[in-house]
Write a protein that binds this ligand. Structure first.
Ligand SMILES: [Fe+2]
Ligand SMILES: [Fe+2]
Length: 314
């Protein structure tokens, strides 16, 4: 991973000529070496003082370091084999973005552990579940499915930033940055799948996609709910009817982050699904401008003597 992170400096240079971190094309994949110092901002119930909202988002972070390393490996496997320079470049941009996400979510999860939650126990079934997939093509198809899941979540969040009202600024900033980059690279895994399966019929490719999404969703939901249960217990909350009613209302009622994720998620099941068909260009442009505004003060403070950066800006 350190190799990938090292490449970011080079990739960042190529973007400097076009308005630094902002980017001017929806298809630009721009790795941003940003740090969010979640350990320095570790806060119990950081999301509006609400255990239902905080446990839901923190339970997602638990998946990410292991998951994103899996995605990088799945795509890198095909990088040399496909002999397509443009696609290899896309894979590299993708891998560097995901490597930075991994680094920040490792820090994030360390912060969760520092507050007394059993992160190792929550992470345990994730590695086990991903380890069951041995075939490179199945691993790639699973990566496509999870990438679409994260792109759907990201689109819901960037379209409705008020869904994170009341969140601690450092956590909010990290999730918005992550959401933007997920949208920037939302098509890469599927581009690789299409290239890797160009000799099979589109009907078979469609069923491979659908099979992978179904194979991913069921264990994801089981592990996710199991981890929320472990998480809230550590907070002294009994995960009984009262808690789950509150949890489901927060996610599927109001503010309803998962409700807003469901519609874009289901588009994956259409045979004609193409992540580039949904026009996210305005959303990505807005996200980049937001990020630029958020990080300009941090960049300025770094230009003087380097300091604790993001925490200071929050
Ligand atoms: Fe990511
Ligand atoms: Fe991703």
């Amino acid at each position: 991973m350190s190799e990938l992170i090292g490449m970011a400096g080079h990739m960042g240079e190529s973007t400097k000529s076009k308005r630094a971190e902002i980017g001017d094309d929806e298809r630009d994949i721009i790795p941003r070496d940003f740090r969010f110092d979640i350990p320095g901002n570790a806060t119990r119930n950081w999301f509006a003082g609400d255990i239902a909202k905080t446990s839901m988002i923190d339970a997602m972070s638990i998946f990410l370091p292991e998951g994103e390393r899996f995605f990088i490996r799945s795509l890198k496997h095909y990088s040399g084999k496909l002999k397509d320079k443009a696609l290899s470049k896309e894979i590299n941009g993708y891998a560097v973005q995901e490597a930075f996400h991994t680094r920040e979510h490792e820090d994030y999860n360390r912060a969760i552990a520092s507050l007394g939650y059993d992160v190792a126990e929550m992470e345990r079934p994730i590695g086990q579940a991903l380890g069951l997939l041995k075939n490179p093509l199945y691993r790639l198809a699973a990566t496509c499915a999870i990438e679409h899941l994260t792109a759907s979540f990201s689109s819901a969040l960037l379209r409705r930033p008020h869904l994170m009202d009341g969140a601690h600024p450092a956590y909010r900033r990290l999730w918005m940055w992550h959401a933007l980059e997920e949208l920037e690279h939302k098509a890469v895994a599927l581009d690789v799948l299409n290239a890797a399966t160009k000799d099979i019929s589109s009907f078979k490719r469609y069923w491979l996609r659908v099979w992978a999404m179904n194979a991913v969703l069921a264990p994801f939901l089981l592990i996710f709910l199991r981890n929320v249960r472990i998480y809230v217990r550590a907070d002294g909350v009994k995960p009984g009817f009262r808690f789950w009613a509150k949890f489901f209302w927060a996610n599927f009622g109001k503010p309803g982050l998962l409700r807003h994720t469901a519609a874009p998620l289901l588009r994956y099941y259409t045979p004609w699904f193409d992540p580039r068909n949904g026009d996210d260009s305005k959303l990505i442009a807005r996200g980049r401008e937001w990020l630029d505004r958020e990080f300009r003060p941090v960049a300025r403070s770094r230009a003087e003597p380097p300091s604790g950066a993001v925490a200071a800006a929050g």
